[in-house]
Design a protein around this ligand. Structure first.
Ligand code: C2E
Ligand code: CA
Ligand code: CA
Ligand code: CA
Length: 271
């Protein structure tokens, strides 16, 4: 019998160290936001998705894959998510002053834990109010699994937030327990086709059919559909051909700091 597994011990120690660092990250101002361009079928900018980064003092720039789950487990995600929302709304407010940027939307990821907070609706309302952002330009991205966990609570919160003017997208669509029955009941604006389908749709007939089905479903429900993870011209062409009108991915632009996003916006050739 082994009482002590060095590998497990090392992993636990690493997790505890990361958690300790994560607790300080917000007060010490170590979080950054990256923005990834979203475009229409003419490649004109329509907005951006806000993606969290952690500028760790020793580890360098850390992507959310390595800390979001930990932040969820420890409920550090709620204050972090609140901060992201505030920053995004302040950015919308700054954009409102210039004709070239005043219509751009920002999509913000909301974690299950943050959404389930009893005062989440109030949080959104007060952030909108204090920032002066136009609620119609704010889009909250929720996952299918989040939406389904407590449907009654979800419906009530989405309705209340939607009444403020804010829009909703279902992120990573197609990977969860999609059902037309629940989709029609949500105050939804957009379905976001998961990038795994986009990555494999040109090589897999099944995934191509899934993508076509999601686009058709969105159309019949009167929802906008956006494809994420678009990396090649071939993928873009396939999506356009099948009726998709919104795109995000490395082909159109990587997630970048705001200064770089604004350069991308400025260099977009007007239609
Ligand atoms: P997501 O919401 O599905 O975001 C898309 C991820 O795909 C991002 O990873 C983005 O950088 C990456 N991506 C974009 N275009 C491409 C592409 O063309 N090819 C490939 N292979 N990847 C692409 P990132 O930034 O590492 O974020 C990972 C996940 O972390 C996000 O997945 C989201 O679930 C979560 N996340 C990011 N920011 C936040 C946040 O502020 N709050 C919460 N709760 N979660 C966040
Ligand atoms: Ca997202
Ligand atoms: Ca996604
Ligand atoms: Ca994802």
């Amino acid at each position: 019998i082994r009482f002590f597994d060095p590998a497990t011990h090392a992993a636990m120690a690493a997790r505890i160290a990361l958690e300790a660092d994560l607790r300080h990250a917000l007060p010490q101002g170590e979080f950054r936001l990256h923005y990834q361009l979203q475009v229409d079928q003419w490649r004109q900018p329509v907005g951006a998705e806000v993606l969290l980064r952690w500028q760790h003092p020793r580890r360098g720039m850390v992507a959310p894959g390595s800390f979001i789950a930990l932040a969820e487990d420890t409920d550090l995600i709620s204050p972090i998510g609140h901060w992201v929302l505030r920053e995004a709304c302040q950015q919308l407010r700054r954009w409102a002053d210039a004709p070239a940027t005043r219509e751009l939307q920002l999509a913000v990821n909301v974690s299950a834990r943050q959404f389930r907070q009893i005062d989440f609706v109030e949080q959104v309302r007060s952030v909108l109010e204090s920032s002066g952002a136009n609620p119609r330009l704010l889009k909250l991205e929720l996952t299918e699994s989040l939406v389904l966990v407590n449907l009654a609570d979800t419906l009530a919160k989405m309705q209340a937030i939607n009444a403020l003017g804010v829009r909703f997208a279902i992120d990573d669509f197609g990977t969860g327990q999609s059902s037309l029955a629940y989709l029609t009941r949500l105050s939804l604006d957009q379905l976001k086709i998961d990038q795994t389908f986009v990555a494999s749709m040109l090589g897999s007939h099944t995934d191509a059919v899934i993508v076509q089905t999601i686009i058709g479903m969105a159309k019949s429900l009167g929802l906008e559909v956006i494809a994420e993870g678009v990396e090649t011209e071939e993928q873009l062409a396939f999506l356009v051909r099948n009726g998709c009108r919104r795109f995000q991915g490395y082909l159109l632009g990587r997630p970048v700091p705001i200064e770089q996003l604004e350069l991308q916006l400025a260099s977009a050739v007007p239609a």
